[in-house]
Design a protein. Sequence first.
Length: 107
Amino acid sequence: MIFLTRMDKQGMYINPDHIVSIEETPDTVIALFNGHHFIVMERASIIISRIVAYRAKIIRRSGALGRKKHSDRQKMSQFRSSTLNRDIICPENSSVHERSPLHSREL
C-alpha cells in the first residue's frame, strides 16, 4: 500500500495494483479499476516513484533477487554428485545386450 494525501489533508492508503490511471490536471486524479476516483495532493511523478519503491520492497521481501548462498552450494553439490555417478547409472560403454530395453521397439 502507498500513502497519499487527499486535498483536505486527510491521509489514505491505496493499493497500487488497483490503479488504472493517474491524470495530472491542475489536481492529480487517480482512477481505480472499480470506478472510484481520488483527488490527491501528490504529483504523478511522486506517486509513480512510491509505486516503484513499493514493488521493489515486495520483490526484496520475497527473496527473488537475493538468494542464500548456502542453497546454491547445496544445489551445486547435488549436481556434481549426480554427474559423477552418471557412469554408474547410465553406462555409455555397455553393449546393447547387457542393458534392458527402454522401449518395446528396442527388443
